[in-house]
Ligand binder design. Structure first.
Ligand SMILES: Nc1ncnc2c1ncn2[C@@H]1O[C@H](COP(=O)(O)OP(=O)(O)OP(=O)(O)O)[C@@H](O)[C@H]1O
Length: 245
């Protein structure tokens, strides 16, 4: 049992969308706490994105249940659930409107006041401090859209943020700025993050728990078992077999 878990995933089952006998995930169970920054790793096509989308109630499940703060998905209702469990897709979706409209839309949707100061601070932190908010969002580059989408999601202050390769369009400087912003947000807000990434270095930098999804099975893994040390790390630690005489 994870201390102070807020999200329970119990026996979650999903048939393979392409048919066949083997399910995409097979009655998987896990718990998520606010202090968690969980990295989901696993081979391509094993259902990592689908798992995030099912957890976000954007896709149906074929069995099992999801419970947030002791209440199941149906008891929250889909709108409230998606506000509290926010999915950030790899391909950013912008409203056909200005950057400001895109940032403020979350508050409109959830009938809360738009926190302009928080939005400005987050935009600065992700390296978009110079953008003119009256500009059309459609005119932004892929990497800028990805960062606006992330800021919009952080403003929602959901209980769990689900990131689906959410920095894939960013250069390494922007990526590290976004990672730092997300880590700060996580520590200040005390909100959990579940993050699908194929980048080992990113996983090492941001994760404190690791899930491996393969052949329908979700397994908790230790970082040292998931990642091979790089040759330079082995040499630094003096445990490179090539150096042992
Ligand atoms: N809308 C869909 N229609 C049919 N099949 C789908 C659909 N979405 C996903 N799939 C299939 O479901 C499986 C899991 O896809 P998913 O995108 O969840 O995997 P993934 O582990 O996130 O992959 P990747 O690491 O390549 O992003 C794949 O075989 C994929 O082809």
């Amino acid at each position: 049992m994870v201390l102070s878990a807020i999200l329970l995933i119990e026996h979650l089952h999903k048939k393979h969308p392409n048919g066949g006998e083997a399910p995409l995930f097979d009655r998987i169970s896990a718990e998520v706490a606010p202090q968690d920054r969980i990295i989901i790793l696993g081979p391509s096509g094993q259902g990592k994105s689908t798992l995030l989308r099912v957890i976000a109630a954007l896709e149906s499940k074929d069995g099992g249940q999801l419970t947030l703060h002791g209440k199941q998905t149906a008891d929250w209702g889909p709108t409230e659930w998606r506000k509290r469990v926010c999915y950030v897709p790899q391909q950013p979706t912008m409203l056909p409107a200005t950057i400001k409209d895109n940032l403020a839309t979350v508050s409109k949707l959830h009938q809360t006041t738009f926190d302009q100061q928080a939005a400005e601070s987050l935009m600065n932190q992700v390296g978009l401090g110079d953008l003119d908010w009256s500009q059309k969002a459609a005119e932004l580059s892929g990497g800028q859209k990805q960062r606006v989408q992330l800021v919009r999601s952080m403003l929602l202050k959901s209980d769990i943020l689900l990131l689906d390769e959410a920095t894939s369009a960013l250069d390494s400087q922007s990526k590290q700025a976004v990672e730092a912003t997300l880590m700060k947000w996580h520590h200040e807000q005390g909100k959990g993050i579940i993050w699908v990434t194929h980048e080992q270095e990113q996983a090492r930098r941001v994760g404190n728990r690791f899930w491996h999804l393969d052949s329908g099975i979700l397994a908790e893994a230790r970082m040292e078992n998931l990642f091979q040390k790089t040759p330079s790390e082995r040499v630094e630690k003096g445990d490179d077999p090539a150096c042992q005489h």
